[in-house]
Design a protein around this ligand. Sequence first.
Ligand SMILES: NC(=O)c1ccc[n+]([C@@H]2O[C@H](COP(=O)([O-])OP(=O)(O)OC[C@H]3O[C@@H](n4cnc5c(N)ncnc54)[C@H](OP(=O)(O)O)[C@@H]3O)[C@@H](O)[C@H]2O)c1
Length: 301
Amino acid sequence: MNQTNQRVSWLGVGRMGEAMAERLLAGGVGVQAWNRSPDKVAGLVAAGATLLASPALSDAPVAFSMVLNDEALDALWQADDGILAGARPPDVWVDCSTVSPAASQRAADAAAARDVAFVCAPVSGNPLVVRSGNLIFAVSGPPAGVATATPLLRHIGRAVHVAGRGHEARVVKLCTNLVLAVLTQALAEALVLGQSHGVRRAALMEFINDSAIGSPFTRYKTDAFVRLDLEPAFTPEGQRKDLRLALRLAAEHEVPMGVSSATEVEFSRLVASGLGEGLDFASLVLLAARDAGIAIEPEHD
Ligand SMILES: NC(=O)c1ccc[n+]([C@@H]2O[C@H](COP(=O)([O-])OP(=O)(O)OC[C@H]3O[C@@H](n4cnc5c(N)ncnc54)[C@H](OP(=O)(O)O)[C@@H]3O)[C@@H](O)[C@H]2O)c1
């Protein structure tokens, strides 16, 4: 039931979008949900959302989007029945996808032409993090739009970090994900090195998690590395997409990124090998083990 009289549309009900929109519903916000493949909306509808046949049909004052990449964001506003095509476009459009600043600018320009304030609100977290209430947002955009978006974002996650008035939040997100990707590759190599010298992955992760570099990330990826529970929170292709966006930004400003570039190659090798097919990006450990000629099996207590 809508207990707040607030209404939003939610465009993009993938792994992240579903978990995030569930939190708005749980916070008493009315949600009109749309997804390109409509079958994925069933869970949200069961949780109280209404099904939106197309983004253009929404009459909610605030629209959220959470879609895969630049092409998907372009499609949201370029489509004949897109978010800006209806009789009543939203006042504020909050996009949470991980996309390039360039795609973000294109969407903002199109939105401005219909008097819609465009807010960038990419996230750090995965679906489990969302459901535990620990998602965080990097936000940028016109201050009035940010002010409208912020209380709604606080229904979804625990913190909203304002990065600027333009598209700075995109850069913050891509820089953060770059560190995550490099760290994951470093952990994969370290775990395989340890195993090659007789150290159980569980023992090494226990020590790393208790050390200064232990973090929520190393802790929640521990089962992936130790038990090889590799159900995807985020795919290798998705993580590589983010790395490539960061490397493109680096090329634009002549910023050398040796370690990140090498990590992109490892993600490409993982994708090309098929070893990460349908798995989480922590499946980098499978590739590292194969490269080292080491058999890797799930470790149980
Ligand atoms: N998963 C994570 O841990 C995580 C963490 C932080 C940020 N992110 C970012 O969150 C975004 C969504 O990720 P996800 O993991 O939820 O991915 P996902 O489960 O693959 O969902 C992707 C969503 O994008 C939609 N989409 C793809 N191409 C489209 C197009 N051309 N037009 C319209 N919709 C399109 C999909 O619709 P269909 O269902 O029709 O394919 C689906 O709703 C990405 O930008 C990702 O980088 C993910």
